[in-house]
Design a protein around this ligand. Structure first.
Ligand SMILES: [Zn+2]
Length: 127
């Protein structure tokens, strides 16, 4: 024989309105006062829609902005590899300098127009 457990699960009636005595008119509600809407505390929103955001620009690690870049050819590993390869295969001292004069064998450096620093280096194709 044991007593039934108390009804823990019965929720207290928080939402029930307080009983209003019959015949008692509740006071009119105070005039609604809406506080001015406060701006939500937001972090600094960075809208990357600057005027100088050209579609052709790329982000520069030095300037920190999107700037235009100037392509500049530079002798890279591909050109020197072709040069050495031609030197050993053809043996002509003239032919081996052809890759050094061909832009397709050179790397392309994108130079920032503002800080004149190399933003990106595009390696040349091997063929
Ligand atoms: Zn720059």
């Amino acid at each position: 024989m044991y007593a039934p457990p108390p009804a823990y699960g019965a929720p207290p009636a928080y939402g029930a309105p307080a009983p209003v005595p019959y015949g008692y008119a509740p006071p009119p509600p105070p005039p609604a006062y809406y506080p001015p809407p406060q701006q939500a505390q937001q972090g600094p929103m960075i809208i990357n829609l600057g005027n100088n955001n050209n579609s052709s620009g790329s982000p520069c690690g030095i300037c920190g902005k999107d700037t235009d870049s100037i392509p500049r050819k530079k002798l890279g590993c591909v050109a020197w590899a072709w040069c050495i390869c031609l030197l050993f295969t053809v043996g002509g001292y003239g032919l081996c300098f052809i890759p050094l004069c061909t832009d397709n064998c050179k790397d392309t450096e994108l130079v920032c127009i503002k800080c004149q620093s190399v933003k990106q280096t595009i390696p040349a194709n091997c063929c």
